[in-house]
Write a protein that binds this ligand. Structure first.
Ligand code: SAM
Length: 280
């Protein structure tokens, strides 16, 4: 039984990091005219109402997108991401948060394709209805990990694969590595972006060791912590592991992370990190 609902967490600091990285990768892919595939293995519902019961109950977005929304003079690296968020809040009041599929929908071009999967019985119909009129998109109620076998390589031989499981089950930590291996076997030139939460640091150390052991090269780790590591319950940080990142991404994240950290964590707790798990 799937119990995780992203609506409780939409727009939090982890989404800000994830969707900044996602947007920058998409913008880099757009530098060539050739089409590409955006594959989102764990898509969620697509759109989240920030005044809704779930988001209000946790208030997480207030310490995420809520801290960016009113800022002026934003770093240019945030422009594509915030442009997407603004497109869903045209009145200027922050009411909706677009999840990864809607951010992609906003940024992708006519020639690009989206392949989206979501398993949850409540979130899948919401996602499907968002994309009913979008001929670029295929939306399935299906297992995300399976798509890494069945949908790769894309016809266009270019693509971003976003892997964003809820880590509700401990097996997710192994499944993401197996899934990436399967995908990479079929499509070694794709860009794979894996999100991870830091709840127990040991799990992330194991995850990066397991990825290193696959033999895959060009693996970049990007992390933003809002608190120091802890043994207590709760997420202290989150990160993105990007295989075959666009060449600019390392520099872009080094530019923007200090600003993001300062803005999201005014107390200065936590840290930021951009590091190669495996270089070229
Ligand atoms: N990527 C979304 C975003 O950034 O807006 C958020 C996704 S949320 C963290 C994870 C989603 O994965 C949940 O909606 C959950 O129902 C779904 N899910 C869990 N296991 C899955 C699986 N094996 N295949 C596809 N979706 C799954």
């Amino acid at each position: 039984m799937l119990s995780y609902r992203h609506s409780f967490h939409a727009g939090n600091h982890a989404d800000v990091l994830k969707h900044t990285v996602q947007s920058l990768i998409i913008e880099s892919l757009k530098e060539k005219e050739k089409p590409f595939l955006y594959l989102d293995t764990h898509s969620g519902a697509g759109r989240y109402q920030l005044s809704g019961e779930h988001a209000e109950r946790t208030g997480e977005y207030l310490e995420g997108i809520g801290r960016l929304w009113q800022q002026e003079n934003l770093p240019e690296e945030l422009a594509p991401y915030l442009d997407a968020v603004r497109a869903f809040n045209r009145t200027g009041t922050l009411r909706y948060y677009p999840g990864s599929p809607l951010i992609a929908r906003h940024l992708l071009r006519e020639q690009d394709k989206l392949h989206l999967t979501e398993l949850h019985s409540s979130d899948y119909p919401l996602l499907r209805s968002e994309f009913q009129k979008d001929e670029r998109a295929k939306v399935l109620r299906a297992d995300g990990y399976q798509q890494l076998k069945s949908q790769l390589p894309p016809l266009s031989r270019r693509g971003l694969i976003l892997i964003d499981p809820p880590y509700e089950m401990k097996t997710d930590y192994q499944d993401v590595v197996k899934g990436i291996q399967e995908g990479y076997k079929r499509f070694a030139t794709g860009t794979y972006a894996l999100w991870y939460p830091v709840v127990m640091r040991q799990q992330i150390k194991r995850l990066t060791r397991d990825l290193e052991a696959t033999g895959i090269r060009r693996i970049l780790q990007i992390e933003l912590a809002v608190r120091p590591d802890s043994d207590q319950r709760g997420m202290t940080a989150s990160g993105m592991i990007v295989i075959n990142p666009p060449w600019k991404l390392e520099q872009q994240m080094n530019n923007v992370l200090p600003w993001l950290h300062k803005t999201l964590v005014p107390t200065g707790n936590g840290h930021t990190l951009v590091k190669w798990i495996v270089p070229e």
